[in-house]
Ligand binder design. Sequence first.
Ligand SMILES: [Fe+2]
Length: 416
Amino acid sequence: MKKRIIIISLALVIVMALGYLSLSIRPEYSGVNYNPAKSQNETDKTIKFDAKGKLKILHITDTHLELNHNFDPTIWLVERACDTEKPDIVMITGDNVVNCDDAEETKKVINALMNIFDERNIPVAVTFGNHDSEQGAMSREELMAYYNTFSCSVSVDDGEALSGCGTYNIPVYSSNGEKVKFNLWVFDSGDYDEEGRYSCVKPDQIEWYKQTSDKLKAENNGEVVNSLVFQHIIVGEIYDVLQKSDSWKPYAFKHLYNKEEYYMFDPDRVNYGTIREYPCPGYENYGQFEAMVEKGDVLAMFTGHDHTNAFAVEHKGIDIVNSLSTRYIGLCHSTQCGYRVIEIDENDTSTYKTRVARIYDMFDSEVVKEEKQNGDKFTYKVAREFAVKGKIQKTASNIYRKVVETFTGRQVTYPD
Ligand SMILES: [Fe+2]
């Protein structure tokens, strides 16, 4: 009897393991294009509101592209995001390409990423995270120069004058093209300080922001030009808007630099989304956020870096918003992978709309059926993987959240 139970148990384990493996093994994606930029594609680099007065931004971050490491599914996800959302501009906020052995391999991976936007003529603004130049294969300046060989790039190398590489602004023109109606700030928030802790936006970049903000205001008849900020690393003020606790609670996370303190959503504030890990701002703070409060032209700051955090909290009139990593990473984090969409209307630039597209919500049995009919084995496999594993992850997450909320009375996640 005992022997039979062992045999049946073993058989069950083998069946489950084979089932899991069959979901995980997939053919290569034929859609990846590793070739250099196609110079015949000319993307219009003037960003303006469309004929209906709308601007749609796709925020992609932390793709962490590296060959042979969930590379194909991540490329496919970015393509799918572009084709589903049809954005007017894509903002990429760092940790784009990582862990490449040399410049040749780095360029090959950048080609695969940038060809997505180049082939679709979607303007794209790039900045860097802590990992982009970490390996040393290419410096930030060399990386930016290469990104800018693509016609779709609207990124700027700020030159020697500013710390880092990739601090600039993109004016957004009215639909009739006559005046600047909105503005997008891009900051290089650096990588690490001398102690190996995370970096932040430096004093010279803040000074540049203040001067450019004043200039835009002066050119706009003395009225501030409303704007959004995009950068890799979140500002330290995030810990001012979370609720502090002296002990661990579910969905409470240790302060990055003070392991005695725990932080979670403050129910007395307006919150959106989910916190799944402790936010990782720079150790120093040279006053970027306060400068933006003072100038009064920033509606929201969008960051990546903390891959599983997708939330927004308001502080001193500015929304501090984190977006999910757009990297496919398999079962463990399939609930925490996606992208963000931001929409602005030129008739009222004092506000914006945003939503998170979590990958697991995008794939169900209908999508799997469609992909099967398309006949591409890779896309069918990945869609099925997302649909099955995503559903398992989503169910487990929801059960945990419900249990926590029932037993503690705390709301631990909010609608996106
Ligand atoms: Fe990252």
